[in-house]
Write a protein that binds this ligand. Structure first.
Ligand SMILES: Cc1cc2nc3c(=O)[nH]c(=O)nc-3n(C[C@H](O)[C@H](O)[C@H](O)COP(=O)(O)OP(=O)(O)OC[C@H]3O[C@@H](n4cnc5c(N)ncnc54)[C@H](O)[C@@H]3O)c2cc1C
Ligand code: FES
Length: 339
């Protein structure tokens, strides 16, 4: 029997996936999965179940009244989950926290499959999951518990959804809790993950994309690019990948592969260090060609350390650059940096 996968993104960043039958209403499918979405009448009258459909094809239903959902609201992608019947996989934003729906983040177990170091810059952590591959949206992250510490750290998937082997690109922070653990991590070691989380994920591509990555902020873009390579994309996609030092520039060969696999995908790299031998010195904002902005008709995705994200945001503001949409993720550390 056909069923569609519905991602429910809650206000607190938690995402839960539910399977919805071909003629099933989203509210009922969520309820079957023990997720109590906001509702009151379940008859298309009160409007309490109103949510934002971010992507996917669906029927709005015939049995609701204008007071519950106006034509304007429907035109903006608002839906009543007690009436909506999906016709494809969908992403829906729920305007309340997951706890209000008596749900929360899912936990899953994984095992270390390998840790690949890139000089003193970063690691690629590969994990296998025992059960089904966890569902997530390209760009999202999980919390990984650091064994024996009682603490966790957030990491964006650099692999694409549906792969049994998950990958993460992790900056080497000298003396950092996760960095130190990774140095001694052995294949087969168990790890506990919680997620997926986050509102930084690839939306339907309806106009050109500009992807701005700082350091290991490359990770979520690798996941997005794999999805674009698989599903195809008709719009131009340009990436600028900036790092601090020459040795921080990692996995460029993967970007070269994507440039071959994705028609319309181009990228440049740059290094901020004034002593660099790289052909482009400076920050991502120094190497942003006007044509990559498409006169503002562009969706911008930005990910990296907080100072880099803020610098780019300020640059856009100062230059009066107003893209149609602007999504960003800051890799904020758990602990304040040492003085
Ligand atoms: C939503 C989200 C997604 C993230 N995804 C990724 C990802 O995909 N890849 C990734 O590498 N990181 C990512 N991070 C950052 C990550 O969660 C950790 O903060 C980082 O890996 C440091 O962890 P640690 O245990 O090694 O160091 P900690 O033990 O947390 O820190 C040790 C010391 O180093 C400082 N410090 C921490 N990070 C940095 C840094 N980048 N530069 C300089 N000093 C630092 C801390 O303030 C502290 O003083 C993400 C963060 C968030 C919030
Ligand atoms: S619950 Fe009342 S309109 Fe959906």
């Amino acid at each position: 029997m056909t069923s569609y996968r519905i991602a429910l993104n809650f206000e607190d960043g938690v995402t839960r996936f539910v399977d919805c039958g071909a003629n099933e209403k989203v509210l009922d499918a969520a309820f079957r999965s023990r997720i109590n979405l906001p509702m009151d009448c379940s008859d298309g009258v009160c409007g309490t179940c109103k949510c934002q459909a971010e992507s996917g094809a669906y029927d709005l239903g015939d049995d609701y009244i204008e007071d519950a959902l106006t034509a304007d609201e429907a035109g903006q992608g608002l839906v009543l989950t007690c009436q909506m019947v999906p016709r494809s996989d969908c992403v829906i934003t729920v305007p309340v926290p997951s706890t209000a729906c008596k749900t929360g983040t899912a936990q899953f177990d994984a095992q270390v499959a390998g840790v690949v170091p890139f000089s003193d810059a970063a690691y690629e952590l590969e994990l296998d999951v025992a059960q089904d591959a966890p569902a997530f949206l390209p760009g999202q992250y999980v919390n990984i518990a650091v064994p024996g510490s009682g603490q966790h750290r957030a990491y964006s998937f650099s692999s694409a959804p549906g792969e049994r082997r998950m990958r993460f690109l992790i900056k080497h922070v000298p003396g950092g809790l996760m960095s130190t653990w990774l140095q001694g991590a052995a294949s087969g070691q168990p790890l506990q993950l919680t997620g997926p989380l986050g509102s930084f994920y690839l939306r339907p591509v309806t106009r050109p994309l500009l992807l701005l990555a700082g350091g290991t902020g490359l990770a979520p873009f690798l996941s997005m690019l794999e999805v674009l390579a698989r599903q195809g994309v008709a719009q131009p996609v340009h990436m600028i990948y900036g790092v601090t030092r020459d040795q921080d520039l990692v996995l460029v060969h993967r970007l070269q592969d994507y440039a071959l696999r994705i028609p319309g995908f181009t990228f440049t790299t740059c290094v901020a260090d004034p002593q660099t031998t790289h052909e482009r010195q400076g920050y991502v904002t120094n190497h942003m060609p006007a044509q990559a902005l498409h006169g503002g008709n562009v969706d911008v995705y930005l990910c990296g350390p907080p100072p880099m994200v803020e610098a780019v945001r300020q640059h856009f503001h100062a230059e009066g650059i107003a893209p149609v949409s602007f999504h960003y993720e800051k890799f904020t550390p758990n602990q304040p940096a040492a003085a």
